[in-house]
Design a protein around this ligand. Sequence first.
Ligand SMILES: NC(=O)c1ccc[n+]([C@@H]2O[C@H](COP(=O)([O-])OP(=O)(O)OC[C@H]3O[C@@H](n4cnc5c(N)ncnc54)[C@H](OP(=O)(O)O)[C@@H]3O)[C@@H](O)[C@H]2O)c1
Length: 377
Amino acid sequence: MHALRAQYKLTTTLDLMHCCRARTRGKVRRTVLNCDSKVNLLLHKKILVEGSYLPGLSRMAEKNRYATFSNRLKVPLIGLGTWKSEPGEVKKAIKAAIDAGYRHIDGAYSYQNEVEVGEAYKEKMADGTVKREELFVTTKIWGHFYRPERVEHALRLSLKDLQLDYVDLYLMHSPMAVQYKGDKEVMPKGDDGQWLLDDVHYTETWKAMEKLVEKGLAKSIGVSNFNISQLKEVVKIAKVPVVMNQIENHPCLDQRELVDYCKANNIIVTSYSPLGSPDRSWASDKDPNLREHPLVKEIADAKGCTPVQLLIAYHLCQGLVCIPKSVTPERIQQNFLALDVKVTDDEIKKLDTLASNYRACPWDFWIDHVNYPFREQ
Ligand SMILES: NC(=O)c1ccc[n+]([C@@H]2O[C@H](COP(=O)([O-])OP(=O)(O)OC[C@H]3O[C@@H](n4cnc5c(N)ncnc54)[C@H](OP(=O)(O)O)[C@@H]3O)[C@@H](O)[C@H]2O)c1
């Protein structure tokens, strides 16, 4: 008991009693989390928000829940996003995430931070926190590499920076190809300032990606930002299953039809920008503020969790993978505890009333692309 008091900084006997109950997990733990008495709500909040009941670090990873791909590979439902996580901060963020229990990290060649991402993996494996096979690593091929002859080169560049022999998941970042003007030219423009778009079809890129699985460089492959018609075209020619579509998803954007199509076709959905991506460079005061929305706050308050945890749990409780980004260790820990939040079907329906066709990432710079995906679901 003394050890417990010290470990969890418990001050009162009531604290201690509830800590013991929370540690027993299972039924009693669910009772604590679903309770509605004032005292228990406060305690619940203490677990989720202050983290004062965190079990030992090595046990946090046991909280992970998984979705299973059609190729039997298991993907942890919560992952850490790394877009906009600058070199100088992304290594610290990933190390904090692995310590907090995350085993899934979402990255991309175009985020231009894979060298530091790789250093974080190396350091956490070297200090014995994780083994390679316990991590689920995603990266993405960018559109300037979509010509089939460049696809393997693209993944090898990422693997070199990540200091890995394989990735668990390689995603086509969007259906839109652009011209190749050098490995680092991810947004190529001509002398006239116009985008250098390319019309190589994503089914051609897909066929080249399948070879990466045969070579053992990627355990599985999928797509991102594809609409239903585009998915159908890939599914039709795929010899290696399309295991994932990573899409923007949150209560302000109705993706129900696309998600249902994916579910019916054994394609796992990952929800990106679950908090509305407030740190992107083109964010505006006119964007809906998901984290501060009165309905989100009201439901979160009633459950004793934070609005952000509710916004993440909204996906996890629908069996969707969710990849919130943060470079702030306390937020990274809090976000992971969204795994403890249960969102009911009724609450999901209530949150869905916020749908306003709002996209944080409309990719409208390439709206004239022949394969622009967002004219339909
Ligand atoms: N496939 C694609 O095309 C695509 C597109 C967009 C995103 N993604 C992936 O999805 C990930 C997540 O999306 P996103 O980066 O657009 O945005 P997001 O996860 O919706 O929001 C990130 C922002 O929320 C803040 N935040 C995180 N946790 C918080 C908390 N507990 N309390 C308050 N604020 C919190 C972060 O701040 P701090 O970092 O300062 O803590 C950051 O400003 C990306 O990083 C990327 O991996 C993929």
